[in-house]
Design a protein around this ligand. Structure first.
Ligand code: MTE
Ligand code: MO
Length: 316
């Protein structure tokens, strides 16, 4: 039963068409901008309206200009098996999830292992807004405006040693708060990993928010990883530990079904999943399928070069 948890996306859209949301949002934003702009400089008006830490990061050159999925879509169509295996389960079951206090332990092959509390992490680097495509291994995708900073900025603080060749991420697994952890779907806790060059790559993000707000619970509050050229399952949610290692770590999906989920899991339209094609995908909110892009379209941003000479059919 556990072996067939991931399914390909075949059903046509069951979700409100994005166009409706997008248009409504655009009109509302235009209205708000006009109203504010006529009285105060935008910065002043925003500061007055939003006390506490701001999660609206600086726009990034790494962002796609494609139409964003709506906040509603991004927070109600999720894979977060700790809260259940249906797409609506994370939103329904995570409303009381406690994400404060929270800390992340960073240890292993580094000179300065330490535990960061959330506030320290939020001050570590200026937030950027990165609008990334997210391609799930189930052959659907979304466009999500993350707020975060490069994982490299965090790793540099602990000073990896020359023995640090891989990084392992561990998600929280709290059976009291996370009903899915009481089911034997995955060998909890959820763990994932990257090679050190992938982890240090400027596209690899620590996300702490989206759409200018703190990270919603269904998306991995309060802190998760985002690796945009890999299938979504590489991007571990609600992380509590990061370990620098001299060896390749075991990963949750690879342990469960090694023939279907490898360590690398780069988005690759030429390497099919054993049970379905990866050549195309359905953007949530759209009817027609899109062609899937090699490395999810991030290949020329110094991503393809990391795999030069590697057989990507073997290292899937
Ligand atoms: N801890 C944990 N992280 C996880 C998952 C999970 O079940 N548990 N699901 C993964 C999968 S399969 C995908 S596609 C993305 C989905 O992220 P999103 O819900 O924010 O779009 O999260 C990934 N990270
Ligand atoms: Mo996924």
């Amino acid at each position: 039963m556990a072996r067939n948890l991931f399914k390909s996306d075949i059903a046509p859209s069951d979700i409100t068409p994005e166009a409706v949301y997008a248009d409504r949002r655009r009109i509302m934003q235009a209205g708000a901008a006009l109203a504010v702009g006529s009285i105060l400089p935008a910065g002043l008006a925003l500061a007055a309206a939003a006390p506490g830490p701001s999660f609206a990061g600086k726009p990034s050159a790494f962002s796609t200009t494609e139409t964003r999925n709506s906040f509603d879509q991004i927070t109600h169509y999720n894979n977060f098996y700790e809260f259940g295996t249906d797409k609506e389960d994370p939103a329904a079951n995570s409303t009381h999830f406690q994400t404060r206090p929270w800390s992340v332990r960073v240890e292993g092959e580094c000179m300065k292992p330490q535990t960061f509390d959330l506030d320290a992490l939020l001050k570590l680097a200026p937030l950027e807004e990165r609008v990334y495509r997210l391609r799930c291994v189930e052959a659907w995708s979304m466009v999500i405006p993350w707020e975060g900073f490069p994982l490299a900025d965090l790793l540099k603080v602990v000073q990896p040693t020359s023995k640090a060749k891989f990084v392992e991420f561990t998600s929280l697994a709290d059976p009291k708060q996370m009903p899915g952890v009481n089911e034997r779907s995955i060998d909890w806790p959820y763990t994932e990993g990257l090679r050190i060059d992938e982890a240090m790559h400027p596209l690899t993000l620590i996300a702490v928010g989206l759409y200018g707000k703190p990270l919603p619970n269904p998306n991995g509050a309060p802190i998760r990883v985002v690796v945009p050229w890999k299938y979504g399952f590489k991007s571990a949610k609600s992380i509590i530990k990061i370990r620098l290692l001299d060896h390749q770590p075991a990963t949750a999906w690879n342990k469960l079904v090694p023939s279907e989920y490898g360590f690398y899991s780069n988005v690759n339209p030429e390497v099919d999943h054993p049970r379905w094609s990866q050549a195309s995908e359905r953007r949530i909110g759209e009817i027609l399928r899109r062609k899937t892009l090699m490395f999810n379209g991030y290949g020329d941003q110094q991503v393809a070069g990391m795999y030069k000479g590697m057989d990507l059919k073997k290292f899937y």
